[in-house]
Design a binder for this molecule. Structure first.
Ligand SMILES: NC(=O)c1ccc[n+]([C@@H]2O[C@H](COP(=O)([O-])OP(=O)(O)OC[C@H]3O[C@@H](n4cnc5c(N)ncnc54)[C@H](O)[C@@H]3O)[C@@H](O)[C@H]2O)c1
Length: 345
């Protein structure tokens, strides 16, 4: 097997939330990493956080992947890219309803450009960030990789469904092997508190909304609906710690690069298989931090499914992936990160 130290990985969206944690995990597992991220939703100071954890200065190209010359520049300067992990995308569901053309252009054009260069330069592995939104509102729980896909609830969700198909089609008759990773609800932060979720756009995911409320950036938060037929009436999701998620990317990459993946494309669900209600997550935060959270119950939010959680048996068996963190760790690390970023340290 090729020396892992010499394997160079291109991470797109490498200063984003999941991208930055994955960059750290890749470095800790002996890979060399370069990144391309134009900072449309992230601050370049994330690179300093990565440096504080790993001691490595990661080269980031601050370029837009929708520009066809971006990949040309990167691949002409790096002829030895062994794998690509493609995170770069816009991800705000509500915004995608307001600006669908922006989402289709940004998420699909960037993907097609990266895929074209992956094929042209015979990159060994391509990992794509997908989402459990591709399952829509499933009939049965937990959801495994064979659960039928449903009509997506938003243009954002459609970019993920189309993105999966585009990856499969463009790479089908090539030597580039791919993995589609369907994330459930990524949350939490690196235990060092040097990196975490810090979108430039307004946070929409539950955990940063909780921590921003607790620290006083928001007066109060809203729970969207308490009249669903669930344990306490609020929606159920499967929260996965971002470091567990990041490590799954390293394992998926190693699976392909070591020649163990014999199919052109594999799909893996990445959740921890435990459904928690929104109110249970709030209670976990209050228990772990000892803080009272100011929240109110509001109406249901259009596009929210009632419940979804994963069956991750395939990732466990094939990739040997096992989540290490639970909801209390998510709350603890997210809170430590919130305190640090709010203090501007
Ligand atoms: N966070 C979640 O809840 C979640 C869930 C499922 C799937 N995903 C997917 O995972 C991926 C990463 O998500 P994240 O939470 O880290 O988001 P993020 O916004 O923190 O990271 C995405 C990064 O891509 C960059 N980017 C976007 N468009 C670009 C372009 N055209 N050129 C160059 N850079 C560009 C942004 O600046 C950002 O840093 C996305 O594809 C997202 O759709 C996220």
């Amino acid at each position: 097997m090729a020396d892992k130290m010499k394997q160079k990985i291109l991470v797109t969206g490498g200063i984003g939330y999941i991208g930055s944690h994955t960059v750290v995990d890749l470095i800790e597992n002996g890979f060399e990493v370069i990144s391309v991220d134009n900072g449309i939703n992230s601050d370049f100071s994330v690179l300093e956080g990565i440096y504080s954890i790993t001691g490595k200065k990661v080269l980031n190209y601050p370029l837009d992947l929708c520009d066809p010359d971006t990949c040309k520049t990167i691949f002409s300067e790096h002829k030895d890219i062994a794998g690509i992990i493609h995170f770069a995308a816009l991800k705000a569901v509500g915004e995608s309803v307001q600006k669908p053309a922006l989402y289709f252009k940004n998420n699909l054009l960037s993907l097609i450009h990266v895929l074209e260069y992956a094929v042209m330069h015979k990159v060994g592995a391509f990992i794509f960030s997908s989402s459990c939104t591709v399952y829509g509102e499933p009939d049965h729980m937990p959801v495994n990789e064979d659960t039928p896909l449903r009509e997506a609830e938003s243009p954002y969700g459609r970019t993920k469904q189309m993105g999966e198909q585009i990856v499969k089609d463009i790479l089908a008759h090539t030597n580039v092997k791919s993995t589609l990773l369907r994330y459930f609800n990524p949350a939490g932060a690196h235990p060092s508190a040097y990196i975490g979720e810090s979108p430039l756009n307004t946070a929409q995911n539950l955990v940063p909304v909780i921590t921003e409320t607790a620290i006083g950036k928001r007066d109060k938060m809203r729970v969207f609906g308490n009249d669903y037929p669930t344990r306490d009436g609020s929606c159920i999701r499967d929260y996965i710690h971002v470091c567990d998620l990041a490590h799954a990317h390293t394992l998926a990459l190693e699976y392909i690069l070591s020649g163990r993946q014999h199919t052109s494309c594999e799909v893996f669900n990445l959740g921890i298989g435990q459904g928690l209600t929104v109110l249970e997550v709030i209670q976990a935060f209050e228990k772990v931090t000892g803080r009272h959270l100011n929240y109110e119950i509001g109406p249901r939010r259009p596009g929210d499914v009632m419940a979804i959680y994963s069956d991750y048996k395939k990732a466990a068996e094939v990739l040997n992936w096992k989540p290490k963190y639970g909801v209390d760790d998510i709350m603890h690390t997210a809170w430590e990160w919130e305190k640090r970023r709010s203090a501007g340290v």
